[in-house]
Ligand binder design. Structure first.
Ligand SMILES: Nc1ncnc2c1ncn2[C@@H]1O[C@H](COP(=O)(O)OP(=O)(O)OP(=O)(O)O)[C@@H](O)[C@H]1O
Ligand SMILES: [Mg+2]
Length: 238
């Protein structure tokens, strides 16, 4: 088997005196959607931030596409093709939709490629084209989530880290966003998906991890996790 696209071994990370993640092992292979589920405060967002360099790992190894990410600052990690769409969207509310997308392409230089990627963002989310010149802060929650994903895609990532894309959105919008995730994956983007909606996440994922208070407690094929009685009781409301 080829080397994983993302490989995490023995990761420890946290804030101030507190360790949040303990001895974490996790991999994402090229072409995969990998779901991470867990309760509030389990450390899911911290995991994504430790990968993208927002939080510095304290121990262990984080490798992406042949690079040791622990040696690199966040803005260089992005340039390797690793995009992070954070929890709560974090779009720039005073910038227009178009400007938000252009910010996503900050590391790129070829204007034709950027124009082509803008076009595909607008094809993926037609509402963003309609709202192109409006301030991002005027968009609805669902539209802001679309913008956050589209902005992350502007670096042409190999791996997309998605933190709670469905949070607070109406079911119809959630379906639309999950369809986009599936389409992107079919076009070759690998995805590490953090989700409160465990059922939907495991349905589109190839594999999944369960995180409990900073430790991985289950790791398996998504299909297997969907039928695991522990997962069903704790995360699928059964
Ligand atoms: N900036 C921070 N400073 C200190 N502690 C933090 C910080 N961010 C998160 N934590 C703590 O780290 C732990 C893990 O938080 P994290 O946000 O990673 O969890 P999560 O699984 O994403 O939760 P949620 O489902 O609520 O988004 C929590 O105990 C949280 O209080
Ligand atoms: Mg979180």
């Amino acid at each position: 088997m080829s080397a994983p696209l993302l490989s995490i071994r023995g990761l420890r990370a946290g804030y101030g005196p507190i360790d949040v993640l303990h001895d974490m092992d996790l991999t994402v292979h090229s072409g995969e959607i990998v779901a991470m589920i867990g309760a509030n405060g389990a450390g899911k967002s911290t995991t994504l931030m430790a990968i993208s360099g927002v939080v510095r790992p304290r121990a262990g190894e984080v490798r992406f596409d042949g690079h040791d990410l622990r040696a690199l600052p966040a803005h260089q990690i992005v340039c390797l093709g690793l995009a992070h769409s954070p929890e709560g969207r974090k779009i720039f509310p005073r910038l227009t939709v178009l400007e938000n997308l252009q910010m996503g392409a900050f590391s790129r230089t070829n204007p034709q490629e950027i124009a082509a990627d803008l076009e595909s963002a607008f094809t993926m989310f037609p509402i963003l084209r309609e709202r192109m010149h409006q301030a991002g802060g005027l968009l609805s929650g669902g539209q802001q989530q679309m913008l956050a994903i589209a902005r992350a895609l502007m670096i042409r990532p190999k791996l997309l880290l998605l933190d709670e894309p469905s949070l607070g959105l109406a079911p119809q919008i959630v379906s639309q966003i999950f369809n986009v995730i599936r389409d992107l994956n079919q076009k070759g983007v690998s995805v590490l998906l953090v989700e409160q909606n465990a059922r939907m996440a495991l349905k589109i994922a190839h594999r999944g991890y369960v995180l409990e208070t900073g430790r991985i407690t289950l790791a398996d094929k998504a299909e297997t996790l969907l039928h695991d009685p522990r997962v069903r009781a704790a995360y699928l409301g059964e």
